[in-house]
Design a binder for this molecule. Structure first.
Ligand SMILES: [Zn+2]
Length: 287
């Protein structure tokens, strides 16, 4: 047996895991890590994604093209993993074709570089930081149905703070935060999950549930198309003419502003007015 076929033989001994319903790529890799029995997260990172663990991100990953070479082709094509098992699809509707193609090339490759910046996630004030989230009720059901709790894609989208299925507040992982130390593969467990904020009891459940459902709908759109920016502006203009303009937008924003992700939204009528003017203006081609 030569060296190459020896490696193939060892690789063939790994238990072959497949997707659970609504599972993220990070979650499947974490389960794969568990069944491989590796002590060092880097061993799994290299074996699965061909990457040093410092390049692994739980939200928008890279190294997807390596899955095929490493014997994980049955997880699906790079595009299908990207759109169905990462939060990428929620950003697609507001990107143009060139940016989407550029993002796909980056995610297939071995360096994520400044992708979040290039997609505008950093400058928009939304969605550059995505802690892992889980619903305690889904976790219990998943253990009963599949023997293990795992990360659901639906819960990871930015703006989804409540489980649409159980209408329960999602908990956040203490392991996925920037300050939490070194990288590790992880699955949701009670002792690594905390409440999203101490002020959570004051948040309005129906407002956040509505927001969660809208975000999930947006991700569904992102799997098939991006929106045409002039049509979006025209649709907003039409809605403004029919609705109560800034007062009603301010009313809708008010309950959301309590959560830090939405603190940059307008807080008074004047800033709401200029925010709306920005939305209904015909966009310049470069933006
Ligand atoms: Zn749930």
């Amino acid at each position: 047996m030569n060296v190459t076929s020896g490696q193939e033989w060892v690789r063939g001994q790994f238990p072959r895991l497949d997707w659970l319903p609504d599972e993220t790529l990070f979650s499947l890799c974490s389960r794969q890590h568990l069944v491989m029995g590796n002590l060092d997260p880097a061993t799994t990172s290299t074996a699965v994604l061909g990457l040093s663990e410092k390049f692994i991100k739980h939200d928008i990953p890279c190294g997807i093209a390596a899955l095929e070479q490493n014997g994980f082709h049955y997880w699906g094509s790079a595009e299908s993993i990207l759109l169905h098992h990462t939060i990428f699809s929620v950003f697609v509707p507001f990107q143009n074709k060139i940016k989407i193609e550029d993002a796909i090339i980056t995610i297939k490759g071995d360096r994520i570089d400044s992708l979040k910046y290039r997609l505008g996630l950093v400058s928009s004030g939304f969605g550059a930081e995505h802690p892992l989230k889980a619903c305690p009720y889904c976790m219990r059901e998943d253990v009963d149905a599949h023997g293990i709790a795992y990360w659901h894609l639906t819960h990871q989208y930015p703006g989804v703070l409540i489980c649409p299925r159980h209408q329960a507040w999602l908990m956040v992982s203490t392991k996925s935060r920037r300050w939490s130390g070194r990288f590790e593969w992880s699955l949701p467990t009670k002792d690594c999950l905390i409440q999203q904020a101490s002020s959570q009891k004051l948040w309005l459940r129906p407002a956040f549930l509505n927001l969660a459902n809208n975000v999930i709908d947006l991700a569904v759109i992102g799997r098939v198309m991006s929106l045409e920016s002039c049509t979006v502006a025209a649709t907003y203009r039409k809605a403004v003419l029919q609705g109560g303009r800034s007062a009603s937008l301010l009313d809708r924003i008010e309950p959301l502003r309590r959560f830090h992700l939405f603190e940059s939204l307008p807080e008074d009528e004047k800033s709401t007015e200029s925010f709306m003017n920005q939305l209904i203006r015909t966009p310049r081609r470069s933006i």
